[in-house]
Design a protein. Structure first.
Length: 390
């Protein structure tokens, strides 16, 4: 507290002395300009309160089932400041890996200026079971966002869209709570399920909707657990429509890339587009998973998607992982995201962008991948899957 009071007094005095001493102030007084928290493939997290250099205490909650460690990335205002986390030196711009224990974990981030002045920030991370928790948000009348694992990752977003005669739940998350009961509390209408793609974090709770029709691309059929009854599955393709009553429909748009069977659902009446993970969620699209279409095929798909949504000026993108959105994908931003992703693919194909070498593990197997960005778009891709196999 004493250090913080000294910093505040010094800051007030420096402001009074005029803007001409700004460079000297930055050298003399330490502070952070940003604080990010993430894991290997997710460099952002919801921390509370929102970061400000003048706020010193932060907290976050992570799921104990899926998260054993995080990476803390504090960035000082001046490149001459030094950093420590719990007394260990940290290189600015290089995330610090922190293993987590059950319960509360406290990290003291100390920023020291060249003058010797220091300031401390406290980050408290609570690790607990979040698998039964959900959060709901009304996107617009008749459209709800449902987030499971209410915390950091791997929360996945589902969307309930209500029509006149029935409602459709888009994706089924991966939580372990009473999702069906939650959905019934939101709408009295019969509920069907529509799946954007077959990855486990999007199909995990289908079994709670026994008796409901499930719409999905047959190209991802192999991802469905064999123990699941698929008698009510209806395989859909590009152009198919799901009628919700009174003229409200969900049109199927095939966007293979993230998976072979990735599809989107366009609600022209409500001007929403449920995109799943097909173009990422404002961060990066995964294009390195074995068996997925090549980057060139993905580019061609994005061209068709651009044409299909060209006439929409206020489309709301309903993404599979909404917390990743650094820019809200609404209206022009959403359409720009698609265009930027197409341009990014083209630049990679032409060799104008080669990406940054990276690595990840999938199913216990380490994979060499590349990371690239352009505009609003980002992609993790396999450099050996640029063109279709001959």
């Amino acid at each position: 507290m004493k250090l913080r009071l000294l910093w505040i007094v010094a800051f007030v005095l420096s402001v009074m002395s005029g803007a001409g001493n700004l460079a000297a102030q930055q050298l003399a007084y330490a502070s952070l300009k940003s604080l990010e928290l993430g894991n290997d493939l997710s460099p952002v997290i919801m921390i509370s309160p929102e970061f400000s250099p003048a706020v010193y205490d932060y907290f976050a909650t992570v799921d104990s089932t899926n998260v054993q460690s995080v990476r803390i990335n504090p960035t000082p205002v001046s490149n001459q400041d030094t950093l420590t986390i719990n007394g260990a030196p940290v290189e600015a711009g290089r995330p610090y890996k922190a293993d987590l224990n059950p319960g509360e974990n406290t990290f003291i981030i100390t920023v020291t200026a060249a003058s010797g002045n220091a300031i401390q920030y406290t980050l408290s991370i609570i690790r607990k079971d979040l698998s039964g928790q959900y959060r709901t948000e009304l996107v617009q009348k008749g459209v709800w966002r449902i987030s499971d694992y209410f915390g950091f990752p791997p929360n996945q977003d589902m969307y309930l869209i209500e029509g006149a005669t029935k409602a459709v739940l888009i994706d089924a998350g991966m939580g372990k709570g009473d999702l069906s009961g939650l959905v019934k509390s939101l709408t009295p209408l019969p509920v069907e399920v529509a799946i954007t793609h077959g990855h486990g974090d999007h199909i995990g709770q289908i079994s709670q909707f026994v008796g409901s029709v499930v719409y999905m691309s047959e190209k991802d059929r192999g991802m469905i657990p064999k123990t699941l009854d698929m008698g009510k599955f209806k395989w859909v393709k590009d152009g198919d429509k799901i009628d919700l009553g009174s003229g409200r429909t969900l049109e199927v748009i095939e966007v293979p890339g993230h998976s072979a069977g990735s599809i989107m659902f366009l609600d022209s009446m409500g001007k929403t587009l449920a995109v799943g993970d097909a173009i990422g969620s404002g961060m990066y699209v995964w294009k390195f998973i074995p068996g997925t279409p090549s980057l060139a095929e993905y580019r061609d798909t994005l061209k068709r998607l651009e044409a299909r949504i060209k006439g929409f000026d206020s489309l709301i993108f309903l993404t599979g992982h909404h917390w990743q959105e650094k820019t809200p994908l609404v209206g022009a931003a959403g359409k720009q995201m698609v265009t930027d992703m197409r341009i990014l693919c083209e630049k990679i194909i032409r060799g104008e962008i080669t990406g940054t070498p990276n690595a990840t593990s999938l199913g216990g197997r380490k994979m060499s991948i590349r990371t690239a960005e352009y505009g609003l778009a980002g992609i993790w891709y396999n450099p050996d899957n640029i063109q279709p196999a001959k």
